[in-house]
Design a protein around this ligand. Structure first.
Ligand code: C2E
Ligand code: CA
Ligand code: CA
Ligand code: CA
Length: 274
């Protein structure tokens, strides 16, 4: 057993070192990525389930790495959070996306915000500055916050969220139902929207339990006067169930993948004009 353990260790160590080396290299690259304009923002339409009209879009980051190709946010956002780089990156996304959304004539822009950002008192100024510089009305901006963000430093975080709401910015609870404090969080703070996580939408058509859960979340939203949005809608079957259950908004590949601002604006022209 000892010999086996030894050989295991020899195989394990280089792999571990590789991973650490890759990680360190990525962090170093991420530090200069913004200045080198390697970060871009894509936009995914959010539609009314009843009419399919576009109500707005969610901004989603991409990193065009010079040698590794496109890197998704699931990989680099955690690195940005651990290193604090999320603060300048997040401020950039906000301002850049607000500038784009200014052209959309009153549609809403949803921007993802990390726990780390919401914990900083200066975040309120960052949001105000982005709105002022872009000219986007506060009511057009929606900040998507995950439950995880609410867990840490709750008193301070809640204070920052109240200040944001008094600016007129709307707040959405992202990935609803995946954490373990969804209901407690809703009790402590007034959100404007609940985003039902994709994992609840995926099995809708064939799974009665998934439908029951969705129905309960929509009832909750309606009782609390909170807009409901279902993420990850990929087919018509899911959409008709969401319509039948009275979910307000939907988002997913059925209506469009995350796309460039130009492509999103072209869709707006054709889809919302009829
Ligand atoms: P999220 O906020 O839950 O965003 C939804 C994710 O689901 C996006 O992945 C989107 O591309 C994907 N998606 C949308 N519709 C469908 C569908 O119909 N089917 C499937 N299978 N997937 C769908 P993406 O773009 O890779 O983003 C991953 C996560 O990274 C986001 O999850 C969000 O938490 C984070 N993120 C993205 N951009 C930012 C940002 O600017 N700031 C921060 N802090 N986080 C960001
Ligand atoms: Ca989101
Ligand atoms: Ca989500
Ligand atoms: Ca997510």
């Amino acid at each position: 057993a000892k010999a086996e353990g030894g050989s295991c260790l020899r195989i394990f160590e280089p792999a571990m070192n590789d991973r650490l080396r890759t990680r360190r290299a990525l962090v170093a690259d991420l530090r200069v990525a913004m200045a080198r304009q390697e970060l871009t923002i894509l936009f995914q339409p959010q539609v009314s389930t009843a009419t399919r009209r576009i109500k707005g879009a969610e901004a989603l980051l991409r990193w065009h790495h010079p040698t590794r190709g496109v890197i998704g946010p699931d990989v680099f956002i955690p690195l940005a959070e651990e290193t604090g780089l999320i603060v300048p990156i997040g401020a950039w996304v906000l301002e850049e996306a607000c500038h784009v959304a200014r052209r959309w004539g009153g549609l809403s822009l949803a921007v993802n915000v990390s726990a780390h950002q919401v914990r900083q008192a200066s975040f309120v100024d960052t949001v105000e500055r982005a709105l002022a510089r872009s000219g986007l009305p506060a009511r057009c901006l929606e900040l998507e916050i995950t439950e995880a963000a609410m867990l840490a430093n709750s008193a301070e975080t809640l204070g920052i969220l109240s200040r944001l709401r008094s600016l007129g910015v709307r707040l959405a609870m992202d990935d609803f139902g995946t954490g373990y404090s969804s209901l407690a969080t809703l009790q402590r703070f007034r959100f404007d929207k609940i985003k039902v996580d994709r994992s609840f939408v995926r099995h809708l058509v064939h799974d009665a339990r998934a439908v029951a859960l969705l129905r309960a979340v929509i009832a909750l939203g309606s009782a609390l006067d909170v807009t409901t949005n279902a993420e990850g809608v990929e087919d018509e079957g899911q959409l008709s169930l969401l319509q039948a259950e009275g979910c307000d908004e939907a988002q997913g590949y059925l209506f469009g993948r995350p796309m460039s601002a130009a492509d999103f604006e072209a869709q707006l022209g054709t889809r919302n004009s009829s």
